[in-house]
Write a protein that binds this ligand. Structure first.
Ligand code: SF4
Length: 194
């Protein structure tokens, strides 16, 4: 059988990997990660269901690549509790609370209550001072948002990789907050069109 030619959509993982890599050298690249929030939401709202997850998500592809092609995954079944509604929705609520907290921290820097903290926070707990790039060319709140957002992206990537190592390659997708939100929107749209 003739091998199907790969399309550009199958290389989105390169953008995801590049994003994380560039962010380490200049945290301002973190702003680009907003595309990973807005595009899946817009697609789901426009009735495209989960086509972002199925076709365009670079992180999903990256986990697939590491788990399947590089054989890093243990291929265990993901524990039932991670698949349960209460965990997926609970994690979404927790994730959104942390996201709003990050926006609030950005606001405090914007209104000059707080000063810029050049710190990357891993797993919402471990704080690493990160002064690799000079961010003085932008307003402090712009840099603060970048530090906060990059911390979220790095944290979710770490969770995704750990889940990939322990279970099946794309197990993170079971409780990924973006996946849960697009699932909720798609379900609502489906009911709306019935
Ligand atoms: S569930 Fe999350 S990580 Fe998985 S494909 Fe969808 S957006 Fe990407």
């Amino acid at each position: 059988m003739k091998k199907q030619k790969k399309t550009w959509k199958e290389y989105m993982w390169i953008l995801s990997a590049l994003y994380l890599f560039l962010g380490l050298f200049n945290v301002l690249f973190a702003w680009l990660g907003l595309l990973c929030f807005t595009i899946p939401l817009a697609m789901a709202i426009l009735g495209k269901g989960k086509s972002y997850c199925n076709t365009y998500c670079g992180r999903g592809q990256l986990l697939d690549l590491m788990g399947n092609k590089m054989k890093l995954s243990k291929y265990n079944n993901i524990p039932k509790f991670l698949k349960s509604k209460w965990f997926r929705y609970g994690f979404l609520i927790f994730f959104m609370t942390m996201f709003i907290n990050m926006l609030f921290m950005t606001y405090l820097v914007f209104n000059q209550t707080n000063s810029l903290k050049e710190v990357i926070t891993i797993l919402w707990t471990f704080k690493m001072p990160w002064k690799v790039a000079n961010v003085s060319m932008v307003s402090p709140w712009v840099a603060q948002f970048a530090f906060g957002f990059y911390s979220i992206m790095l944290t979710s990537t770490i969770l995704g990789v750990v889940t990939m190592l322990l279970y099946k390659p794309r197990s993170w997708c079971v409780y990924c907050p973006m996946g849960t939100i697009t699932h909720i929107i798609s379900k609502a749209k489906y009911k709306e069109n019935m």
